[in-house]
Design a protein around this ligand. Structure first.
Ligand code: NCD
Ligand code: ZN
Ligand code: ZN
Length: 346
């Protein structure tokens, strides 16, 4: 008898859809399985104002195939010039569900991010008052700091001071990659959650570098040592409601990835649910999958769980495309390096 599992329809709490031809091509890959996603604002130029977020939401909805049901949850890109009143109005109208903090220079399209955290104090205080979450790319950017230490030091040097200075600020540590991140969430009961990506549950830093460099495994924050991957797996499968799925599915075309200076990002929208079922089964935690993908995120964001459901069935190895064709060029789908047997069947 084939094994199957039905869960509430999942959401993705950290997603890059880009714009234009890329948006058109990658949106169905997410909307096929996910009901909602927190949409990252790191376009070029970034989505900074409520008006820009509204226009971007309209472009996403216009790109959505008619037979698909998907709600984009919009965010604003925090800059040192962000107007607290514009943020509050975009939140009050229901348009935005979070504000995104990129330390300047930390990742793809982060040049307009924050350098001087004192300059965003007013916005953060306003967000604490109105209960609007701050999503954080948590890495320090100091050139002398080793790239593998950037997340742990961000927690100590930046995040913890911000949270102490801004009581009541709700924070999502995005795409955590370290045991330090897991431990910080666990030690802070109040107002703190974290997203975990699919790929950081699967690869450690060896996968990127051993036997030849694998540009499609390069993302930021970069995958860490095996002990950190195991800590992420334990957190994701623990049932602790503060951890939820944010795929960080981040499409870049193959020429931009397979390059002497390749872009950061793994594209996992296509096969994430199959991969997660595989991981949760390996951890003997299939009964925690629904919490991670479909319940913990809505609970943190104060939203209802989805009405629909998604069924996964175990069978022959799943076949999914190696690449998605886009008007901008091919985008390689994340290859875990092993066969997965969980099919999304309904
Ligand atoms: N994660 C990544 O490696 N890349 C993301 C940016 C981000 O989420 O930091 C992107 O926009 O390509
Ligand atoms: Zn990021
Ligand atoms: Zn991201």
């Amino acid at each position: 008898m084939s094994q199957s599992l039905t869960i509430r329809r999942p959401d993705d709490w950290h997603l890059h859809l880009r714009d234009g031809a890329m948006l058109q091509a990658v949106l169905p890959e997410t909307a096929r399985h996910f009901a909602r996603a927190i949409i990252m604002p790191n376009l070029v130029p970034p989505v900074v104002t409520g008006a820009q977020a509204g226009a971007y939401r309209d472009r996403i909805l216009a790109a959505l195939p008619e037979d698909m049901d998907f709600a984009p949850l919009m965010t604003l890109y925090l800059t040192e010039d962000t107007d607290p009143e514009d943020v509050a109005a975009a939140h009050a109208s229901g348009l935005i569900k979070a504000v995104k903090l990129y330390p300047a220079g930390a990742t793809t399209n982060s040049a307009s991010g924050v350098r001087d955290f004192d300059k965003v104090r007013g916005v953060l205080e306003r967000m604490a008052e109105i209960g609007l979450p701050l999503c954080v790319h948590g890495e320090v950017t100091d050139a002398e700091i080793d790239i593998f230490d950037r997340e742990a030091l961000f927690i100590e040097w930046v995040l913890d001071p911000i949270r102490r200075d801004t009581p009541g600020l709700r924070v999502v540590m995005e795409h955590i990659t370290t045991k330090n991140g897991v431990d910080y969430v666990k030690a802070n009961a109040q107002d703190l959650g974290a997203t975990i990506t699919t790929h950081h549950l699967i690869i450690n830093r060896n996968h990127i570098l051993v036997g030849g460099i694998k540009p499609h495994y390069y993302c930021l924050p970069v995958a860490k040592r095996e002990e950190h991957r195991l800590a992420l797996r334990a957190a994701a499968t623990s049932g602790d409601a503060r951890f939820f799925l944010g795929t960080d599915s981040a499409p870049h075309t193959d020429p931009l990835k397979e390059s002497a200076c390749g872009c950061a990002g793994c594209f996992t929208a296509t096969n994430t649910m199959s991969l997660l079922a595989h991981v949760f089964e390996e951890e003997s935690a299939l009964d925690s999958l629904e919490g991670f993908t479909s319940r913990n995120g809505p609970a943190f964001y104060g939203l209802p769980v989805n009405e629909g459901s998604l069924t996964l069935t175990k069978g022959d190895a799943v076949s999914y495309p190696d690449k998605i064709d886009t008007g901008d060029g091919p985008v390689t789908v994340f290859d875990p390096g092993f066969p997965v047997h969980w099919h999304v069947t309904a």
